[in-house]
Structures are given as structure tokens and as C-alpha cells.
Design a protein around this ligand. Structure first.
Ligand code: DC
Length: 345
């Protein structure tokens, strides 16, 4: 009988042995069943896991299923920026009469994106809106519910601002900023469903949330060279992955062909209050609601008024005014829109 190779992938919610073993057993059983195989037809299995999974070798699951004579091999994957978190992948070699075309590759959990009929299909969700409109809160929940990556693009501009501030560069000095981004090293990694951002190798995810960096980010984002560099990185992540990305220009410029485009808005008073509460809760001291409101107004003007890829609602985006809505209400509305859009296709 010819030897065929079958691919499969599944995600888990946590790096825990029970979840990894259960998910691996489900994946192996589904591959065998969907391809009309017996366990004796399996010649060998190569497992790989993303770096965020190390509680147990998934190969243990195959032994527990009684695949005692099958050679198994387990590998740790490289860190690919923006890749699907907590993912177990397999490459199974089998003895079968089936042709290559008849082989069914199996993608489950987060790896199957939305629904089984959308398996292997990529989905990109663009969420744009001004500061405090709820983009990141909503995008994070959506990413968990759909099992896809969340990319916070604002964090990238914040990182550029942090570097400028550290080097004593004025965040409005376009010439110096263009030079600064020509050799900046920004990396994104995901750990326990959280996006971590690294500047020149240092993890700076929480250092970029100060009011000073917020204003600096809005300033550096005006500079075309800065934007081009950040957009290159953003598109690279969206090219290979299903992703929900939030920012100012995602639907209009970064991902003009996004599957779903959402524009979140809210009154400036409510946005200021949300940011103020957020900053107080995260321990930023010495701020007043008035100051936060002024900062937001400054950023609104700066972000919408710049010449290159300003904050704007894409023509084909659905606008949701989140003033007075709960997070759950906004999330549910976004999920409805995602469903409508993906069912249309
Ligand atoms: O979303 P945020 O508050 O973290 O963004 C910080 C600043 O970065 C924002 O004021 C404007 C800029 N930005 C941008 O110009 N384009 C994006 N896609 C994301 C953020």
C-alpha cells in the first residue's frame, strides 16, 4: 500500500497535561476516523508543539491510546511572530489505498478558526476606532472566543515612542524617528493568551502604558517611515494567520481586504472615563480625569488629522457606538457581524 502523510492541528486553552493529552487523543482519533483508517495503518507520528506548551509530551497520548508499536517523535516549534498560541500539530504517515486528494487533513479547536466548514480558511477582523473606544478589550475577547490571534498594533507605535523617549528624541522629530525605526527590533510573542512585546530584546509590554508614551505614540504614528515599518510587520503576521487586529487604519490601509471591518466609537467623555479608570486600576498615579480627557482629545485630533493613513472608518466597516453599552453587548454584536459576513461568502 502507498504511504500517505496526513496533517492535523488542535489548540488547547491552557498549558496543562490533561488538556494536552485530551486534545491530542481527539486529534489522533479524528484523523484516523475521517480517513477510514485503523490504528495499525499508522506508520509513524511526528508531533510538534508551540513553545507555550510544555506540561507533557503529546506523544504520551498516543501511547495511552494503545499505539504501542508506532514510532513517535516530538518537537518544539520555533517562535513564529503572531502564530496561533497553544497549538499541537501532527504529521502522521499511514498505509492506505487512498489517493493524495482523498486524504483528509484535520484542523480542530482554534486551528479550525470559526466552524468546521470554515476549516483551513483564514479570517481577518479589523477593529478600528479612537482611544478608549473599547477596541483592545473587545478584540482580546473575540480572539479568545474564535481561537485566533489578537494583534494590538497600538503597542507597536507605543514601543517606537518608548525607544524615542529613552534616547531623548523628540517624538515629533520626523527625521530622527525615521532614522530610529530603520534599525529598531520589535518582536511580538504570545504567552498564556497574552501579547508580549519586545524592544531590542527587552520585554516592555507594561512600560508602554503611561500617559507620556500614549501621547508619544500618537506623535510618532504621524511619521510615514514609522508607519510603513509597523505596517510591514502587521501585514506579515496577517499573511499567515487568522487574526483580529485593532488600531486606527487597519480596515482602511493595513488590511483593506479584511473579512470583517468594525469601527468602534464612543463619546469623548465616556472614553476619557474608561481610560482614567483603567490607568488608576493599573497603578498609574498623579493623573486627573481632566488631563486624560485632554490627552484623548489631543490624540483624536492628531490621529485623524495626519496625512498618511489617518484614523478613519472604512467605507465597508460596520460602526458600533459603544457609548452606554456593556463589553458583552459590544462583543456579541461583533460576533453577530462576523457570523453574517462569513456566512455570506
Ligand atoms: O490604540 P493605542 O491607544 O494603543 O494607540 C496608541 C497610538 O498609536 C494612537 O494614538 C495612534 C497610534 N496608532 C496608529 O496610528 N495606528 C494604529 N494602527 C494603532 C495605533
Amino acid at each position: 500500500m502507498p504511504v500517505r502523510a496526513i496533517r492535523g492541528a488542535i489548540t488547547v486553552n491552557e498549558n496543562n497535561a490533561e488538556q494536552i493529552l485530551d486534545a491530542t487523543k481527539t486529534l489522533l482519533s479524528e484523523i484516523v476516523e475521517r480517513n477510514g483508517l485503523d490504528s495499525e495503518d499508522v506508520i509513524s507520528v511526528i508531533f510538534s508543539v508551540t513553545k507555550d506548551l510544555d506540561a507533557v509530551y503529546p506523544a504520551v497520548a498516543a501511547r495511552q491510546m494503545g499505539w504501542t508499536d508506532t514510532p513517535l517523535f516530538c518537537l518544539n516549534e520555533m517562535n513564529v511572530p503572531g502564530s496561533l498560541p497553544r497549538c499541537i500539530r501532527v504529521l502522521m504517515h499511514v498505509d492506505t489505498e487512498k489517493s493524495k486528494k482523498e486524504i483528509v487533513h484535520v484542523y480542530l479547536g482554534g486551528a479550525s478558526v470559526l466552524r468546521p466548514d470554515l476549516a483551513e480558511r483564514k479570517i481577518t477582523i479589523a477593529i478600528d476606532g479612537p482611544a478608549g473606544s473599547g477596541k483592545s478589550t473587545v478584540a482580546k475577547i473575540i480572539s479568545k472566543k474564535l481561537g485566533i490571534i489578537y494583534l494590538d498594533t497600538g503597542a507597536m507605535y507605543r514601543t517606537v515612542a518608548l525607544k524615542a523617549i529613552r534616547e531623548g528624541i523628540d517624538t515629533t522629530d520626523a527625521g530622527k524617528l525615521a532614522e530610529l525605526v530603520s534599525n529598531i527590533d520589535i518582536k511580538i510573542r504570545y504567552e498564556n493568551q497574552k501579547q508580549l512585546i519586545f524592544l531590542d530584546g527587552e520585554e516592555i509590554s507594561s512600560l508602554i502604558r503611561t500617559p507620556e508614551v500614549s501621547i508619544g505614540a500618537s506623535n510618532v504614528a504621524v511619521v510615514p517611515e514609522v508607519r510603513l515599518k509597523m505596517v510591514e510587520l502587521q501585514r506579515e503576521i496577517a499573511r499567515d494567520n487568522s487574526v483580529v487586529m485593532d488600531g486606527r487604519d487597519i480596515g482602511t490601509y493595513v488590511l483593506p481586504d479584511a473579512t470583517v471591518k468594525i469601527y468602534l466609537s464612543a463619546s469623548v467623555e465616556e472614553r476619557a472615563l474608561r481610560r482614567y479608570r483603567e490607568q488608576c486600576a493599573s497603578g498609574v498615579s498623579g493623573i486627573t480625569l481632566e488631563q486624560v480627557k485632554r490627552d484623548i482629545e489631543y490624540r483624536d485630533k492628531n490621529d485623524s488629522g495626519r496625512a498618511f493613513a489617518p484614523l478613519a472608518k472604512a467605507e465597508d466597516a460596520v460602526e458600533i457606538d459603544t457609548t452606554g453599552l456593556t463589553i458583552d453587548e459590544v462583543v456579541n454584536r461583533v460576533l453577530e457581524i462576523v457570523k453574517e459576513k462569513t456566512e455570506d461568502d
